[in-house]
Design a protein around this ligand. Structure first.
Ligand SMILES: Nc1ncnc2c1ncn2[C@@H]1O[C@H](COP(=O)(O)OP(=O)(O)OP(=O)(O)O)[C@@H](O)[C@H]1O
Ligand SMILES: [Mg+2]
Length: 332
């Protein structure tokens, strides 16, 4: 089976004019322009098989949106190639447009001043969907997303969660085979986030549509994506199972112990970082390669009633990886 999405050495460089401060700078700029170059995507290569649900992760400014825009044909790559369902996105062929969708959580595709139903009708005309097919599809999607009663409300009067559900319907009304989702749950409350998540999960399972999802909420990724692609500063840093991120990027494990009696000496520094030390509970963060040595030393120093060795939670690793992240990285 050929991949639904295939990119090779995909690169996008932006050239922005650097304006010098003040009037003098502005005048100088008329004669001598200086430019800054940003490499938003730097030789990225990966492919996605039909029906896969892949998380596309990276800190702010990593190049996720730029890559999704190149996959949609909204931006031309500086170099490298992209293929979506066998089409070259930047050619923007009509047949291609009918077979994929891009949803951007921060932008609306629905018409602000129309009722949702009218805005969706416009999409029906644009995509040349037969009326009975459209109606069946609309009934099905509005049922699945539980939003039937909001179809006649002006888009600008809908709540954020309602609008996102209708944006998803708008994106899926023509039954695309590839769905690119750029932060579809951004700003939604926990309940709406969950509804959108549940919908995407069942939609992917039922229709085997290929989905590439960007989200800053780890819960979205954990619940939906069996595979993640991680980029940073435009470069691919990881491609594999979410759990593999723990192996690759976490150099430590957490040892939690319940002691029989308190230690007779202070905790030596080489045991690791103390996360908690209250009464008989001791929690340490220990480098992976030293786990067995540290355990041996602890057992020689005291007796334990219980011990567990755990991986560092994935959320914590992501937080460390994406230090520049917005504060609301989890869904609380
Ligand atoms: N049109 C543009 N002109 C110049 N620079 C741009 C343009 N679009 C994006 N960039 C720059 O390219 C880099 C990647 O931006 P991009 O929007 O792809 O990041 P992102 O991974 O989607 O980040 P976020 O998580 O904040 O949405 C950033 O440094 C950004 O400033
Ligand atoms: Mg973005």
């Amino acid at each position: 089976m050929s991949p639904a999405i295939e990119i090779h050495h995909l690169t996008k460089k932006f050239r922005t004019y650097r304006k010098k401060p003040g009037l003098k700078g502005a005048i100088q700029g008329l004669f001598h322009r200086e430019y800054d170059e940003t490499i938003a995507a730097n030789e990225i290569s990966f492919s996605v098989q039909p029906g896969e649900f892949v998380g596309f992760l990276g800190p702010n400014g990593a190049g996720k949106t730029t890559t999704l825009k190149m996959l949609s044909g909204l931006l031309h790559p500086t170099s490298g190639t992209a293929s979506v369902l066998g089409f070259t996105p930047s050619l923007r062929e009509n047949e291609f447009k009918k077979r994929f969708s891009l949803v951007m959580g921060q932008k609306n595709a629905l018409w602000w001043d129309l009722a949702a139903a009218d805005s969706l009708e416009l999409s029906r005309v644009i995509y040349q969907i037969e009326k009975p097919v459209y109606q069946k599809r609309l009934d099905e999607l509005t049922e699945l997303l539980d939003i039937k009663d909001k179809l006649n409300i002006l888009v600008r009067e809908l709540s954020l969660g309602e609008r996102m559900k209708l944006e998803l319907i708008n994106a899926l009304i023509h039954s695309p085979q590839v769905l690119l989702l750029d932060e579809p749950t951004i700003g939604l409350d926990v309940t709406s986030q969950k509804k959108v998540r549940d919908f995407l999960k069942s939609y992917n399972e039922t229709y085997k549509v290929t989905i590439l999802l960007t989200s800053h909420y780890m819960q979205d990724i954990e619940e939906l994506c069996s595979r993640v692609v991680l980029i940073d500063e435009g470069m691919l840093r990881y491609d594999g199972a979410l759990s593999g991120i723990v192996e690759k990027f976490s150099g430590t494990k957490i040892i939690q112990m319940h002691l029989h009696k308190p230690l007779s000496h202070p905790i030596p520094e080489h045991w690791g970082e103390i996360l908690e030390s209250t009464g008989l509970l001791l929690k340490l963060k220990v480098p992976r390669e030293r786990i067995s040595d540290v355990c041996r030393e602890i057992l020689a120093a005291t007796t334990l009633s219980d011990i567990t060795i755990e991986e560092v939670p994935i959320e914590e690793i992501m937080r460390q990886l994406f230090r520049t992240q917005r504060p609301t990285f989890s869904s609380e």
